[in-house]
Design a protein around this ligand. Structure first.
Ligand code: ADP
Ligand code: ASP
Ligand code: MG
Length: 405
């Protein structure tokens, strides 16, 4: 078998852990497998590097930021390869560029467009364990791009797809995917398996245990994906395509995202092209817009509010300042202390009343809902950031998720 194993920051946080990771890799190899390893930066290295940049400037150029952040993973690949070699296992470390991970040139949130795995395959043929830096790639101009926070998962799945690996294991600091973040809900239940679609929804809605793009690629290329702990040998959670004969859970999990800001524009003109102008301008700056609410029209004028990631707020406000006159807005506001809490479940579509139950549970806890968005498989509410942990716990209890589903 060919196995891709990805180890997150906490799994390689110090040199003892790196040695333990090396032992696990060697066990996998001794069991007769070829192993490709993807690693993240050690512990909080990425956060520390961001803080370092902020000490130099408030507005680091995106290119230099990616140059800086990509160094974190370069430290860990070298140390993991050294630990393997010291334990008698042939190994070689490769940066994203050396491993043939090609990206689309968007700094800080690049997408992998192509994997040219010839060098990885060659090293495997030479009997080596290949240790690849996660979270980074290189664009057509040889510039280093990073994939967005949590992006090492995506490197692992993209490599697994390109190599047609038999399995991609994501080793982290929890035992698998739970019905909610186990750090927020202590009695969250671990799922033995979950469908790609539900996992994609949870990840996109803020469950950081997997990077959304990793789940998307897993589904697209049918990569068997397992999330498990690097601290024990428990089997973890299998993410897979579910056959439609099975009855999906009404609500299978709660996700939350504390990285939310809202911008509201007042009294924009009510005519064709206004929304297009606003959201094209934001898209041109690669700002992801999440929820959009347009209020009822009065006197030929509308209010439009939308949410973005908090770390995109500054950029988004700059964009709005440049187009506000063009759309006839009389003013705009922003709010950066928001969060999103969501219920996810493939069975929701056939169960009316699920959203009402969510709103009722939040109301009973005195949590005000500022915006709502729904799809067949989820309901999301924007609330004050300071209530998000309460909201997750209240919803987890309301939908009885601690009980076996
Ligand atoms: P790594 O550094 O290994 O990539 P991350 O911090 O990115 O680790 O992801 C693991 C974390 O994801 C866990 O520590 C947990 O707090 C969080 N998490 C959020 N939602 C979930 C969930 N539904 N199931 C499991 N973990 C979750
Ligand atoms: N080191 C990067 C981060 O902290 C990538 C990752 O860990 O997946 O976001
Ligand atoms: Mg992660």
């Amino acid at each position: 078998m060919l196995v891709v194993q990805k180890f997150g920051g906490s799994s390689v946080a110090d040199t003892d852990r790196i040695k333990r990771v090396a032992q696990r890799i060697i066990e996998t190899r001794n069991a007769g497998n070829d192993v490709v390893v993807v690693v993240s930066a050690m512990g909080d290295t990425t956060d520390d590097l961001i803080a370092l940049a902020r000490q130099v400037t408030d507005d680091p150029p995106p290119r230099e930021m990616d140059m800086l952040l990509s160094t974190g993973e370069q430290v860990s690949i070298a140390l993991v390869a050294m630990a393997l070699i010291a334990a008698g296992c042939p190994a070689v470390s490769l940066t994203g560029a050396q491993a043939g991970i090609y990206t689309n040139g968007i700094y800080a949130k690049a997408r992998i467009v192509r994997v040219e795995a010839t060098r990885v395959k060659q090293a495997l043929r030479e009997g080596k364990v290949v240790v690849v830096a996660g979270f980074q790639g290189v664009d057509g101009a040889q510039e280093i791009n990073t994939l967005g926070r949590g992006g090492s998962d995506t490197t692992a799945v993209a490599l697994a797809a390109a190599l047609r690996a038999d399995l991609c294991e994501i080793y982290t600091d929890v035992e698998g995917v739970f019905t909610a973040d186990p750090r927020v809900v202590p009695d969250a239940r671990q799922l033995t398996e979950i469908s790609f679609d539900e996992m994609l929804e949870l990840a996109s809605l803020g469950a950081v245990v997997l990077h959304p793009r990793a789940v998307e690629l897993g589904k697209l290329y049918n990569v068997p994906l397992v999330v498990r702990s690097s601290f024990n040998n428990k089997p973890g959670t299998l993410i897979r395509e579910v056959s439609d004969v099975e009855k999906p859970a009404v609500v299978s999990g709660i996700a939350h995202d504390s990285n939310v800001a809202k911008i509201g524009l007042f009294d924009v003109l009510d005519q064709p092209g206004i929304a297009a102008t606003i959201f094209s301008a934001l898209a041109a700056e690669h700002i992801d817009v999440d929820m959009i609410v347009q209020g009822a029209m009065r006197d030929g004028r509308n209010d439009i509010a939308f949410t973005v990631k908090r770390n995109d707020l500054r950029k988004a406000l700059d964009v709005i300042a440049t187009i506000k006159d063009k759309v006839g807005a009389k003013g705009y506001t922003f709010d950066e202390d928001l969060a999103k809490v969501s219920i996810v479940g493939a069975g929701m579509v056939s169960h009316p009343g699920v959203a009402a139950k969510m709103f009722d549970a939040l109301a009973r806890a005195g949590i005000n809902i500022e915006m709502i968005s729904t799809s067949e498989i989820k309901v999301s509410c924007i609330i004050r950031a300071e209530r998000v942990a309460d909201a997750v716990r209240v919803l987890h209890a309301a939908f009885n998720l601690s009980q076996n589903g």
